[in-house]
Design a protein around this ligand. Structure first.
Ligand code: NAX
Length: 327
């Protein structure tokens, strides 16, 4: 068997990770022939809980799980890892404004970015999950110039999966029948779930649903799904978020099926007129561990206006965290 792939995971004692670590240890990211080592990072007060998670990982006797490191030292967790999943962040507390959350969590990502810059591999694959995910990835990238900026991504795969599920429900099909869904923009309520290119069993989705549903129901339902889950269960999406992270990484590493694509928040190269350097969700094709932004899609005026509004939100978030960006 090959050398284990080393994966750092922050916030490892939290609820998303409790649904995620066991699947990674079972091979769900790198596949059934690739051993893995988990580098689990937590803040010091949560180390006891994290030890309990390690006990359970040990008790599963996963054949692919080479070793598990439990630490509160990011230098140990991030040392030469092949992949880093940045889940750990504070949730929004009572009375907190979104801008307070951005500044508080932004500090976590500027300091972890600087440490990844020192001890990480330049080609480490990064997925930021902790909110605000796109802007946290932006902060991390700015503080980690030694890391390939194309490899610093944020999670919109949960939104992508939510969109597929809504379209399948509406068209009476199964999720496996649906291809070419897109999420544009920020992982926030300004995101733009877009069925313009989606197919259901090879047929154009836009011919199967009315425009009013696509514009007035589908988009807000997907964009506000996180809040709907919070209202229903009293805490934020965990298992579906964990599944989204695993899908994001597995697709990036193992590739998109022929004729399909996925959505990832990645470094904008100016595609579709989006500011270069922002971390923005685009449709991407993945092959051999690399992604390519799907180019030259025809974007309607309705969708473009929403894409620009999401870009504007990301610009404002970037300006809010200017103090956390070096230089
Ligand atoms: P939890 O509060 O259950 O867990 C977070 C964990 O992070 C805690 O155990 C905490 O001790 C740890 N932590 C805090 N600061 C840390 C630091 N500096 N270093 C290492 N660990 C640290 O939250 P959970 O439900 O797991 O959610 C984690 C993050 O994911 C939140 O920011 C949440 O908003 C975000 N989400 C992002 C989603 C996405 O699609 N991008 C969807 C789900 C989720 O809302």
């Amino acid at each position: 068997m090959s050398q284990p792939k080393r994966i750092a995971i922050t916030g490892a004692a939290g609820q998303i990770c409790y649904s995620m670590l066991f699947r990674i240890a079972a091979g769900d990211i790198y596949g059934p022939d690739q051993p893995v080592s988990l580098h689990l990072l937590e803040i010091t007060p949560a180390l006891g809980m994290l030890e309990a998670v390690k006990m359970e990982l040990d008790d599963c006797a996963f054949p692919l799980l080479n070793d598990v490191i439990v630490t509160d030292d990011p230098r140990v967790a991030l040392d030469k890892v092949d992949a880093a999943l940045f889940v750990g962040a504070k949730p929004r507390g009572p009375g907190m404004e979104r801008s307070d959350l951005i500044t508080d969590n932004g500090k976590i990502f500027s300091s972890l970015g600087a440490i990844l810059n020192e001890v990480g591999s330049p080609d480490c694959k990064v997925c930021v999950v902790g909110n605000p995910a796109n802007t946290n990835a932006y902060i991390l990238k700015a503080n980690a110039p030694n890391i390939n900026p194309r490899n610093i991504t944020a999670l919109t795969r949960l939104d992508h999966n939510r969109a597929i599920s809504q379209l399948a429900g509406k068209t009476g099909s199964t999720v496996a029948d649906i291809n070419r869904m897109v999420i544009w923009g920020n992982h926030s309520t300004t995101q733009v779930p877009d069925i313009s290119y989606a197919t259901v069993n090879g047929k154009a989705a836009s011919d199967m649903v009315d425009k009013a549903w696509a514009q007035e129901e589908f988009i807000p339902t997907v964009a506000k799904r996180g809040a709907a889950v919070i209202n229903a269960r009293g805490s934020s999406s965990a298992a579906s978020a964990a599944n989204g992270v695993i899908d994001h990484m597995a697709t990036w590493i193992q590739g998109t099926p022929a004729g399909d694509w996925t959505s990832m928040a990645v470094l904008s190269d100016g595609s579709y007129g989006i500011d270069e350097g922002l971390i923005y969700s685009f449709p991407v094709e993945c092959k051999d561990g690399e992604y390519t932004i799907v180019s030259d899609l025809d974007v309607s005026d309705f969708i473009r206006e929403k894409m620009l509004a999401s870009q504007q939100e990301l610009r404002e978030e970037r300006d809010t965290v200017a103090d956390l960006l070096p230089g």
